[in-house]
Design a protein around this ligand. Structure first.
Ligand code: PLP
Length: 391
């Protein structure tokens, strides 16, 4: 089969590979619990589904403007006013098919061939392949569990070159749950501006930040310096709307136009019905988020206690998202030398699916998602513990 050279270089998604293996075992009749999921286990709120139903009943099923219907663009801009006191206009927003397409559009719009893009590791799986698809060079910036897997200006300065053009920041982080305090984000943003480096701030988990930590954002910085930052948001995680595919970009109007140009030549507008649902989500009550946060904090703390009780395992306490990313390399052996081998063994022997840290650029770790019911989580952890501790 004829496949382009560009595609041959591209790695398949490791998270999807784990799910495929888990499905295979299930098909063989094995009981498999997945802690590999990247989506909340709560249903999309009723009022959002009703708005979608109404859109269908009203025949709102045609093409719309590429960046989104005016109501949605106003609602996305309003989000930054409501939560962060930032004054944005509809023209500063574009709705895309999830945060994923928003990020892809931005990288295609910002990167010239050979431009270097700084990506702190552990990173969300799709950043390096997206940079490569845009003909850029992904420069991975390692972090440590001691720092909560967060970068600082010194780490970034050490890898910066005259070709560095973009920095991707993700807070709260997938896979670590690590969250930057506002001052830390601002310090990095000031450094990047002085260096002429554009920041893409992936804030798709920004509503899932746990007390005493407070949500942080680069939208304030964007308001002051719109040519230096773009912010990516989404309803996927905070509104349990992963399948609806609603994400967005907050950016300078010229960059929004550039993203719309790319999107207009690839997918055009996002689904018209999902746009109406998104307006309802963004302008309606946010009580679901508080409910989810209560459950996530409880699960994080329960899971952390078990994971930290395993000898030799360290795991920073994350302030956001719904993942734990413990360092488990003391359990590696010559026969099971890395995170992928450990995950395969845990899947086969414990019937628990996790994602190997290598997928996120840190082979010392594995990723646990706690976006599952309490009892499922605790039973899965107990099975993992038995295999690890050889009980
Ligand atoms: N950014 C991060 C850090 C993510 O974890 C994800 C999804 O897992 C995305 C972006 C993409 O989100 P969406 O489902 O809205 O495309």
């Amino acid at each position: 089969m004829r496949i382009s050279d560009r595609l041959k270089k591209l790695k398949p998604s490791a998270t999807l590979a784990v799910n495929a293996k888990a499905q295979e075992l299930k098909a063989q009749g094995r009981e498999v619990v997945s802690l590999a999921v990247g989506e909340p286990d709560f249903p999309t709120p009723g009022h959002v589904c009703e708005a979608a139903q109404k859109a269908i009943d009203d025949g709102f099923t045609r093409y719309t403007p590429v960046p989104g219907i005016p109501d949605l663009r106003a609602a996305m801009a309003g989000y930054y006013g409501q939560f962060y006191g930032v004054c944005a206009k509809a023209e500063n927003t574009i709705a895309s098919n999830g945060g994923k397409q928003a990020l892809y559009n931005l990288l295609m719009a910002l990167i010239n061939p050979g431009d270097e893009v700084l990506i702190p590791a552990p990173y969300w799986v799709s950043y390096p392949p997206m940079v490569e698809l845009a003909d850029g060079v992904a420069v991975i910036v390692p972090t440590t569990p001691e720092s909560g897997f967060l970068v600082n200006v010194r780490d970034l300065e050490a890898v910066c070159t005259p070709r560095t053009s973009v920095l991707i920041l993700n807070s709260p982080s997938n896979p670590t749950g690590g969250h930057y305090a506002q001052e830390a984000l601002d310090e990095i943003a000031r450094w990047a501006k002085a260096r002429g480096i554009f920041i893409i701030s992936d804030e798709v988990y920004d509503r899932l930040v746990y007390e005493p930590a407070k949500p942080s954002t680069l939208s304030h910085f964007w308001q002051k310096h719109p040519e230096n930052v773009a912010v990516v948001g989404a309803l996927s995680k905070s509104f349990c709307m992963t399948g609806w595919r609603v994400g967005w970009t907050l950016a300078h109007a010229d960059l929004v136009k550039a993203c719309a140009k790319i999107q207009g030549q690839s997918t055009s507008n996002i689904n018209s019905v999902a746009q109406k649902a998104a307006v309802a989500a963004l302008t309606g009550p946010w009580t679901l988020v508080d409910e989810m946060k209560t459950a996530f904090v409880r699960r994080r703390d329960m899971a952390l206690e078990v994971i930290r009780s395993w000898p030799g395992v360290t795991c920073p306490k994350p302030d956001g998202a719904f993942y734990l990313f413990p360092v488990v390399d003391t359990y590696y052996t010559p026969e099971m030398p890395d995170s992928a081998a450990l995950c395969t063994r845990l899947l086969e022997e414990a019937g628990v699916a996790l994602v190997p840290g290598s997928a996120f650029g840190d082979d010392r770790c594995v990723r646990f998602s706690y976006a599952v019911a309490d009892e499922v989580l605790m039973s899965a952890l107990s099975k993992v513990g038995k295999v690890l501790l050889g009980k």
